[in-house]
Design a protein around this ligand. Structure first.
Ligand SMILES: NC(=O)c1ccc[n+]([C@@H]2O[C@H](COP(=O)([O-])OP(=O)(O)OC[C@H]3O[C@@H](n4cnc5c(N)ncnc54)[C@H](OP(=O)(O)O)[C@@H]3O)[C@@H](O)[C@H]2O)c1
Length: 337
């Protein structure tokens, strides 16, 4: 089968197309014919360096894929040949609290091969069925970005109709955050660094959009827009450069979910800000299979569709990665396999 491996891991990391033996499912396992994958910011860090110190040379990257079950191993009862499935981000995290060593055991990032290949073997417990109205490309957007946004807003934040949600930027996690917030009847204040993306954010239901480049003190604008109360939920994908502002923009007793590090990893936080606001500041590690299944029920009932910016072909995988790095995308970038 064809697969991409990381070569020259580190800053000069890049993808090489290789031939690998087609895997065989063992007892309790299934063989999946991968039909589509999607890219996450994490994949850039994995290929180009930036996550942990592990040498990623030879690893097949990308956590997110969707496909159909081509073969089942002995004893498999949860899925059947022909079923459309997505492997879950962290195979060992079925429900409850995050599994230990989540980072190492997640697909395409630690030491476990990811989805940028034609076939993959998974344990039958580590997949979920795809909502029937979604294409393989749309389903491939779900395992990391969508589950992360769902975990932050719904599982942790218990978002309610009438709440105000702030999303930062227009990447995969944030656009899912916007869609889930609107699905739950919440108001969305969006930020972006691109004037060209403002209209699309409004079309998706953002009531207000703040350009964080021309309005760097976006926290003040959030306070104005909420009558001095602050937002109920802030999905913080910015990290060091945005968390302090999120603490100024959250309402008393509100939630800040610490998701990403787009603006850096090392920052200083004044604990008084958390204390005075009685803020819930919670780290997010994607989510469990149970969260994925719960989210898929909501996606099916609401016939929600992921927002795909562009679909690349399998032989264009390096170009797809470069496109993600450019930050021009709105929502998700996919690769058809
Ligand atoms: N903790 C978890 O479980 C988890 C799961 C998934 C992702 N993440 C992390 O979450 C972050 C987003 O991931 P993603 O895959 O959604 O990324 P992505 O699709 O690559 O999104 C990048 C977008 O973020 C916006 N952005 C960049 N710098 C920003 C800044 N300083 N402030 C606000 N927005 C900024 C830009 O949008 P505009 O052009 O609109 O400004 C950019 O296009 C990454 O750090 C990723 O590692 C964490």
């Amino acid at each position: 089968m064809k697969a991409y491996e990381i070569t020259n891991a580190g800053a000069k990391g890049r993808l090489a197309l290789v031939d690998r033996p087609q895997p065989k499912p063992g007892p309790g396992e299934i063989l999946i014919r991968i039909r589509a994958t999607s890219l996450n910011y994490r994949d850039l860090l994995t290929v180009k360096g930036g996550i942990g110190g592990a040498n990623k040379r030879g690893l097949i990257p990308l956590s997110d894929g969707a496909g159909e079950v081509a073969e089942i191993g002995s004893g498999v009862t949860r899925v059947r040949t022909g079923d459309r499935v997505c492997p879950i981000f962290t195979p060992g995290w079925i429900s409850g609290r995050p599994a230990a060593r989540t980072a190492e055991s997640s697909l395409g990032g630690g030491t476990v091969d990811g989805m940028l290949r034609e076939y993959a073997v998974a344990h039958e417990s580590a997949v979920v069925p795809i909502p029937s109205h979604l294409s393989f490309e749309e389903a491939a957007c779900l395992p990391c970005a969508a589950v992360t946004a769902w975990n932050a807003l719904v599982a942790v934040g218990h978002v309610m109709s009438g709440d105000t949600v702030v999303i930062e930027g227009t990447g995969g996690v944030s656009i899912f955050g916007l869609q889930f917030a609107r699905m739950c009847g919440a108001r969305v204040i969006a930020t972006t660094g691109s004037e060209a993306k403002i209209e699309r954010l409004r079309q998706l239901g953002a009531s207000d959009v703040i350009n964080y480049k021309t309005t760097p003190e976006w926290d003040r604008r959030v306070m104005e827009l909420t009558g001095g109360e602050g937002a109920d939920h802030i999905l913080d994908v910015g990290g060091a450069g945005t968390l302090a502002r999120a603490l100024q923009a959250v309402r008393a007793g509100g939630f800040i979910t610490v998701i990403g590090l787009l603006s850096g990893m090392n920052g200083e936080i004044n604990p008084l800000g958390i204390l005075f606001r009685a803020a819930h500041v919670v780290g997010i590690r994607v989510g469990s299979r149970e969260m994925f299944e719960c989210m898929n029920r909501a996606i099916s009932v609401n016939q929600m569709r992921p927002v795909i910016d562009r679909v690349f072909q399998f032989d264009e995988a390096p170009e797809a990665l470069e496109y993600l790095a450019s930050g021009k995308h709105f929502g998700k970038v996919c690769i058809s396999v």
